[in-house]
Write a protein that binds this ligand. Structure first.
Ligand SMILES: [Zn+2]
Length: 585
């Protein structure tokens, strides 16, 4: 599960949400010594399938329907045929076996582009091979289970500087930034002021403005009445424009701006504290697509004094502007005279490669239609010397997909191949911004028009606070957004085979967590493909080094993985693919 939303929301509201940023701090924790170096243990740094100390103990089950199938076109197998395969292959033992490997320190937290991530890709592809799944990436002769692509690794360098009005300002003292620097070399900038940088309904700071290639000065926050109520929401509550600065950075990019400089009205003292607190986060390297890092303009945050300097305004004039805008309920003209300045903000950049892992099971009479079962296998890597193993996030989903894949593969071998084809898709780069699923859906190996649904699993191994001491449950998100048939199929499957509480609370578009947008299924949904996202909720170990296998509840993980399997079985075998009949937010 991607974390950035909360962190960056905290950045946008430095005063209100500072506590959130504490979460990125590393806790001291003692770990056992690694059993051996990865290289020593697995020649070439790769864990061979055979090194996993648990051979498949089960003989292939007898084909449940062997001999009774009538000749002629293959009918849909009755759903009950799924049961023995779930019972035999989606088991706590199987899930534990894979997770013990993937969530071990040897895999170094599986950070995108690192050795640990590549070891995990290798492990997953070997499992797919052992299950005789087809390797579908023809372009990759070396290992056609892997869809490889490039990303840019970049890190801000110390020594950035800004000069305005003959005064020098310092990086990480007077300003800091997120995104890809357009100011590698010292650059002269003539900024333009575009109010709050908001466009919503009739309210537009960009109306009649051409900001193509420009560097924008934008006020943080949004117009508010004297009582502090937003003029942009019906009830006066804050909108995304003040909660998440990325909304403004994305809009600026859409308008063609080169960069955006955020001016704050907070106190100098507060800015200083925020900057000191965020500095490690700012300096942490980022990974993104080189050509469009997140679709957002690089965002610079400047101190209150520097902001006024760049605007060519006094604090009183700025306050007057804010008050006048709120009173007018629309952007008003300003008398600010933004000053020309010079800035250098160097970054070190390099290219890394990373891999989605794809295992394909051909269907029978409807084989041209593809059902995707996905999970992301990357996590956060090593931070401050500690391995973030991500046992729940998303080791749990990854091993769920591996066991579901094996159940389908064994069924196919025993004469119960699915009618539709299945693509088991382990995504990379999720924690960096859903990058692997963005790449796959922009460069699909199978036509998206034939891709009937994505069932995505991200964190299904724990119990959250809301369900402590309550019956088994799983959150399912998004299943009602594009296809009422998918939603109905899920509920019917659960009635027949699942019997867990399906918790749909996060389908509420007003829910502040916005989980629907925070894992890989969303990239399928944005292409019009129905999705269902399975999730057991966040917990105290979420994105901490303490997200360890010892805390996984394997009985619950098994039940949730089986539910996904039974739903996949139903969707793969029904006569008609889920029809897209709505598009809810
Ligand atoms: Zn995550």
């Amino acid at each position: 599960m991607k974390y950035t939303l909360l962190v960056l929301a905290a950045l946008a509201l430095p005063g209100a949400a500072l506590a959130q940023t504490d979460k990125v701090k590393v806790k001291v924790k003692t770990k056992g010594q690694p059993v051996g170096s990865p290289v020593g243990r697995y020649p070439g740094g790769i864990a061979p399938h055979g090194s996993v100390p648990m051979p498949d103990p089960l003989p292939d089950p007898p084909a449940p329907g062997a001999g009774i199938r009538p000749p002629g076109p293959v009918p849909a197998p009755p759903p009950d045929y799924a049961v023995p395969y779930a019972d035999r292959y989606i088991t706590q033992e199987h899930l534990r076996r894979d997770l013990t490997v993937l969530a071990s320190d040897e895999y170094e937290g599986r950070e995108t582009g690192t050795r640990g991530q590549k070891m995990a890709a290798e492990y997953i592809s070997k499992q797919f091979a052992a299950d005789s799944l087809v390797a579908p990436v023809a372009a990759n002769a070396a290992n056609p289970y892997l869809q490889t692509f490039g990303l840019e690794h970049s890190a801000w360098q110390p020594g950035g500087a800004l000069t305005a009005g003959g005064k020098a300002y310092e990086w990480l003292k007077d300003f800091y930034a997120f995104g890809r620097s357009p100011f590698e070399q010292a650059t002269a900038v003539q900024p333009v002021f575009v109010g709050y940088g908001i466009e919503q309904g009739d309210y537009s700071d960009y109306k009649g403005r051409d900001v193509q290639g420009k560097d924008l000065l934008v006020l943080l926050g949004e117009p508010r009445t004297a009582e502090g109520k937003s003029i942009l929401s019906p009830d006066g509550s804050p909108t995304k424009w003040s909660v998440d600065f990325r909304a403004k950075a994305a809009l600026a990019a859409q308008k063609g701006a080169r960069s955006i400089f955020f001016v704050t009205q907070e106190t100098a003292d507060k800015f200083e504290k925020t900057t000191a607190r965020l500095a490690p986060r700012v300096m942490q390297p980022t990974i993104a697509f080189a050509d469009q890092p997140g679709g957002r303009a690089p965002a610079f945050f400047v101190s209150p004094a520097l902001g006024l300097k760049l605007l060519g305004a006094s604090a009183a004039a700025l306050q007057q502007y804010a008050t006048a805008t709120a009173a007018a309920q629309k952007p008003v003209a300003s008398k600010f005279q933004p000053v020309r300045f010079s800035i250098s903000a160097p970054q070190q950049r390099s290219t890394v490669t990373t891999e989605n892992v794809l295992g394909f099971l051909p269907g029978t009479d409807l084989k041209d239609e593809i059902l995707v079962v996905s999970a992301h296998y990357d996590h956060l890597g090593i931070i401050g010397g500690e391995v973030y193993n991500g046992a729940d996030d998303d080791g749990s989903g990854t091993v769920g997909v591996l066991s579901i894949a094996q159940a389908f593969a064994k069924a196919a071998r025993s004469g119960h191949a699915p009618r539709r084809s299945l693509l088991f898709l382990a995504h990379t780069g999720e924690e960096k911004g859903l990058l692997g699923s963005e790449y796959y859906t922009d460069h699909p190996v199978f036509p998206l028009a034939n891709t009937v649904t994505d069932l995505n699993i991200d964190m299904i191994g724990r119990t959250d606070e809301a369900h402590a001491g309550k019956p088994d449950y799983v959150y399912v998100i998004g299943s009602d957004k594009l296809s009422s048939q998918l939603h109905a199929a899920l509920q019917e499957t659960n009635r027949q085979h699942g019997n867990v509480d399906l918790d749909f609370r996060f389908n509420d578009p007003a829910d502040p967590n916005r989980f629907y947008y925070r894992s890989d299924h969303y990239n399928f949904a944005r292409k019009g493909i129905p999705v269902a996202f399975f999730f057991s909720g966040v917990h105290a170990d979420y994105h901490e080094a303490s997200d360890e296998i010892s805390k996984i509840e394997f009985n619950k993980l098994e039940a949730r993985a089986r539910l996904v399997f039974f739903l996949a079985w139903d969707l793969a075998n029904r006569d008609v693919r889920p029809v897209v009949d709505s598009n809810k937010p």
